[in-house]
Design a protein around this ligand. Structure first.
Ligand code: FPP
Length: 222
């Protein structure tokens, strides 16, 4: 969800206003994804590197996350949205941790779409964590015996599909430590549109582009 800070700066407003505007657009995008049959939508809300931002910005982001969960609970239930947070939430304020747990528990049986929110998440962290969890689950077994499916089953996205389409807003052409393992064969869509301006029309354009891609998964076209 890149570009919130620049969106605000262009309007001579504090960066946090951009984050609030960015959060406000999420509901419509989740609904549009669900309507189009997307099974998993993962939003990168807070990376392991984002702790390096000014403390008032970090606390605003935590506050927006809490507000989002409070405000959206009803709509998530009505629309069959399951919330799932990817990342180590133990570093978050207790109120946010409790709100996350409560929302995850309350929406666990919703099946229309899973909304993954990556928070205190890093792709490298996910892989190291998966290796450690595999190792703990297989005491005394050499890592030589670990297969790709074994590792995938210990990632934070265990049981989910790999990423088909990765959208990066805000004009940068990089992955920035997002779902590194899971994007192995993803189609990468980079757009200059700043996240607060990324609406359902923009989403549709990304889907149309995705539909035009020939996906070969390392093989040749039939
Ligand atoms: C990147 O823009 C955005 C973030 C680091 C935060 C995104 C988080 C929210 C919108 C909080 C709400 C969370 C949910 C789940 C709704 P940037 O600040 O890097 O923008 P810039 O590159 O223009 O400075």
């Amino acid at each position: 969800m890149d570009g919130n800070g620049r969106w605000a700066k262009q309007r001579h407003m504090p960066r946090t206003v951009g984050h609030a505007k960015g959060a406000a657009g999420v509901r419509d995008l989740v609904k549009a994804c669900a309507d189009q049959g997307v099974r998993y939508l993962t939003l990168f809300a807070f990376s392991t590197e984002n702790w390096g931002r000014p403390s008032d910005e970090v606390s605003t982001l935590m506050g927006l996350f809490i507000q989002y969960l409070e405000k959206e609970m009803k709509a998530m239930q009505a629309e069959g949205v399951r919330l799932n947070v990817l990342g180590d939430i133990s570093a978050f304020p207790a109120e946010l941790q409790q709100r996350i747990e409560a929302t995850q528990n309350a929406t666990v049986h919703n099946h229309t779409i899973t909304l993954n929110v990556a928070a205190n998440y890093g792709g490298r962290w996910d892989i190291v964590n998966a290796v450690q969890r595999w190792s703990a689950a297989n005491p005394g077994v050499s890592a030589e015996n670990m297969t790709e499916p074994d590792l995938a089953q210990h990632l934070s996205t265990a049981g989910m599909l790999d990423v088909d389409l990765l959208i990066r807003t805000g004009g940068e052409s990089r992955i920035s430590n997002f779902l590194l393992w899971q994007v192995a064969y993803a189609e990468l869509y980079f757009t200059d549109v700043l996240w607060p301006d990324f609406d359902t029309l923009q989403l549709q354009q990304a889907f149309t582009w995705f539909a035009s891609r020939e996906r070969r998964f390392g093989t040749v076209a039939p």
